[in-house]
Design a protein around this ligand. Structure first.
Ligand code: ADP
Ligand code: ZN
Length: 760
């Protein structure tokens, strides 16, 4: 952030009539600065850091976040704040410090960072009040409840409500928010009082979709800590020592699939709780299943907050407040949970730390895995990055001793890693090889379960016109359309553009469209042909869009009411199905062809994870990997369980090519509707960067501008400039200098992604 300042559009000078109190406020606007305001006397007791204030800004009143008070500043031209929006502090000083760090590192306005960190439900404008107090119980898993809560601002109410209404209000105040059913239980009929309170603006009604966690209703069977095996014990002891020392220590818990990492997390968390400290657990969204959360609930009972994307704004806000009030000492969530209002953090776990989903792809483009280390350092916490396939960067950090390496090289109870066979598919037209179909038949006959993985949804990869030879492409994006037979559509996986399919060729009007390549839909159909009596499930984003559908599919695998699970990368990760003895991989190289320096790394990780689903129970596992290029080092290493070999080779490549971890990256994305304007702006940007670089004598490589791999996306043309710097601070200085010198052009968007993950 640049130096805080007064709002530039001030009109009146302030006359000092009471002891001076000046605060620094961050405003959620795209401005690289914070602002100073005066606090009128009657608001002074409440104008504390970590609360929201209503502040005049130009002709508007905006919500600002109070960062702290200021002493050494001129008071001329300062405006007064209008009100304070919170009765309790939303943030601790330590959290505000974390936001400042984040804003500075990602070069993002501090006010926007704080806004990103707040649950959406807290904003008054997002809470649409409704006086309809009707409760609609839909039954089943999802039910609607109306809830009553205090809006953020309660200034003096204009008229006094009656006695009963005041009692109702007191209960709502006490509870923060409460369901209509709960109020009726206490007060009997109270609809008129509620109506009155709503009219007075003292409470608001919201209809909320309440997702009933299956584990909330049935009593979770409590489980006891397991006796750890030697490696688990060694790892836990080291983590426990660091917790006792109350010093920041970053760890890599590198354990093969099924080695018992989760058990180590659980016991390390138990140790932190005993020390009176709290725990933050970050997992990829896809891993936030009842299976994982159930293991935590079984071990710790209540006191856990789970933040997943299916929460409504209101529910998210509830969880947020529960955490802030210290009612949840363990927080489990996807990337945004890194901003959870949890204090006294003793341990932060980042499970599957290699996952790309820890990176936010728009707005504040943070990486929760990286921020876990930052927040952990500030909190003097232990940070455990866990994975069976750590990122290449993480392996390198462990090699260099910047992370303490803890290894779990074996599966629990001495279970062997599965035997893997590579099947060369070059020249073959089959989707399922003879080898795989023989194994599937055998596994089914034995009554075991199988997983078949193909990382492409839809039926065919795309349709090609037999007359002109052109593939069907999206009119808005430069990608081919995927053919979905069940939906009868060709679909763009980027912008959701859809046309009836097979249809006709848009280029020549040809009517013979042939299918090329296979997706999960076709694979499912072929498996049904192969084993007509088998119960086959398909899991991809087409079959899991409904609420709870993901869980339903997984539970059918768990309870044995399915024989084969077909799917995309969704099935590859984290699941523990002990009855799965066979895994088939169809087309191992789907992710290799990407123009991305991490393509080999991703392929290795994905294959290792899928392979790791086999043989986790008592029966040994078998894996068939079909690939066009069985000699590729990423595929070979995964099949041979040779992680060390893969990392060695990949690090060599990165060093030679100058990619992370041997360089730091920043990506400029220039996009807009006019191809010419985008091209011109990209050139101007690159020229300015070159000029600044030579003026400041910075060792930064500037690549591009070049068309982005997906040149057109949702109608926007895209160009990118990649910055590579061996020295991080020089790279950041260049970015900062560019920001100060650049003027935004309204028709073209320029976004800067620091430590980019998505290179497309
Ligand atoms: P990972 O997270 O490394 O893939 P998990 O933690 O899921 O592995 O462990 C795999 C299986 O082994 C789970 O069913 C778990 O309950 C079990 N397990 C873990 N540790 C032990 C142990 N020490 N003794 C017996 N079973 C264990
Ligand atoms: Zn599209």
């Amino acid at each position: 952030m640049t130096r805080p300042d007064a709002p530039h559009d001030t009109t009146a000078t302030h006359h000092m009539t009471y002891p001076l109190h000046i605060i620094e406020v961050a405003i959620p606007l795209y401005l690289d600065r914070t602002f100073h305001y005066l606090v009128p006397e009657h608001l002074q007791p409440e104008a504390l850091s970590g609360r929201r204030a209503l502040v005049p800004f130009g002709r508007r009143q905006l919500t600002g976040y109070i960062l702290g008070s200021v002493t050494d500043t001129a008071i001329e031209n300062l405006k007064e704040i209008t009100g304070i929006l919170d009765r309790e502090n939303l943030w601790t000083p330590g959290e505000l410090e974390f936001f400042r760090w984040t804003a500075a590192y990602y070069q993002h306005p501090l006010g926007e960072v704080v806004r990103t960190a707040l649950p959406a439900g807290i904003n008054i404008q997002t809470r649409k009040g409704s006086t309809n107090g009707q409760e609609t119980l839909t039954g089943g898993k999802n039910a609607r409840h109306e809830k009553f809560y205090l809006p953020g601002t309660i200034v003096d109410p204009p008229r006094q409500p009656g006695v009963k209404a005041l009692e109702v209000l007191a209960v709502i105040r006490e509870a923060g928010d409460i369901s209509g059913a709960e109020l009726r239980k206490r007060f009997g009929v109270c609809a008129p009082q509620l109506k009155r309170l709503v009219e007075l603006g003292m409470i608001t009604v919201e209809e909320r979709e309440v997702y009933r966690d299956p584990f909330k209703n049935c009593t979770v069977e409590r489980d006891e800590p397991r006796r750890l095996h030697t490696h688990q014990k060694a790892a836990l002891d080291v983590i426990a020592d660091s917790l006792d020392s109350q010093r920041f220590t970053p760890f890599l818990l590198y354990g093969v699939t099924g080695s018992g990492k989760t058990e180590v997390y659980l016991q390390a968390i138990a140790h932190a709780l005993e020390l009176g400290r709290n725990a933050l657990v970050l997992v990829p969204e896809i891993a936030l299943t009842p299976q994982l959360t159930g293991r935590f609930q079984a071990r710790f009972g209540g006191g856990i907050a789970i933040l997943h994307s299916a929460l409504s704004d209101g529910e998210r806000y509830d969880e947020w407040r529960r955490i802030r009030r210290g009612l949840a000492r363990i927080v489990i969530g996807a990337r945004s949970a890194i901003f959870a209002p949890l204090d006294r953090i003793g341990i932060i776990i980042v499970d599957e730390e290699h996952e790309a989903s820890f990176k936010q792809s728009d707005g504040l483009r943070y990486n929760a895995r990286d921020l876990a280390l930052v927040r952990g350092r500030m909190e003097q916490a232990a940070v455990v990055l866990g994975s069976a396939t750590p990122s290449v960067t993480t392996i390198h950090a462990a090699d260099e001793g910047r992370l303490t390496l803890l290894e779990l090289p074996e599966r629990v109870e001495g279970r062997p890693m599965p035997q893997v066979d590579l099947v060369a598919m070059k020249g073959s037209k089959e989707t399922i090889s003879k080898e795989l179909s023989a194994c599937l038949t055998g596994t089914y006959a034995q009554g075991h379960q199988a997983i078949v993985f193909l990382n492409r949804r839809g039926f065919a990869t795309f349709l090609v016109c037999a007359d002109c030879g052109k593939p069907l492409t999206c009119p808005n994006c430069s990608v081919t359309l995927t053919y979905h037979r069940q939906r009868g559509q060709s679909l763009c996986h980027y912008c959701d553009y859809a046309v009836p399919a097979p249809g006709t060729c848009p280029s020549c009007g040809g009517t013979t469209l042939s299918e090329l390549g296979a997706g999960t839909e076709k694979l499912e159909q072929e498996l049904k042909g192969l084993l007509p009596a088998a119960r086959i499930l398909r899991m991809d984003s087409d079959t899991t869009s409904g609420k709870g559908s993901h869980e339903r599919l997984l539970s059918r695998m768990n309870d044995g009411s399915a024989d084969i699970l077909v799917g995309t990368q969704m099935i590859a990760k984290g699941h523990d199905f002990p009855e799965v003895t066979l895994v088939g991989v169809v087309n191992a190289e789907t992710s290799l062809g990407m123009p991305d320096f991490r393509a080999a790394e991703r392929t290795f990780q994905l294959l290792s994870q899928v392979i790791g689903r086999a043989g986790r129970g008592e029966n040994p596992g078998r894996v068939i990997v079909q690939a066009l290029d069985t000699e590729h080092y990423a595929i070979k290493a995964a099949a041979e369980h040779d992680a060390a070999g893969f990392y060695r080779q990949e690090l060599e490549f990165r060093r030679e090519a100058g990619y992370p971890p041997f360089a730091h990256l920043a990506a400029f994305a220039v996009s807009g509707l006019s191809e010419q304007a985008v091209s011109a702006q990209a050139d101007t940007t690159a020229r300015l960067l070159m000029q600044l670089k030579s003026e400041m004598k910075l060792r930064v490589e500037i690549l591009g501008p070049a068309p982005s791999p997906i040149y057109r996306l949702r109608n926007r043309f895209r160009r990118q400039i990649l910055l590579k710097g061996a020295n991080r601070s020089e790279l950041h200085r260049l970015l900062k200098a560019w920001r100060q010198r650049t003027a935004t052009v309204s028709t073209v968007r320029i976004s800067v992604d620091i430590d980019p993950v998505d290179m497309m």
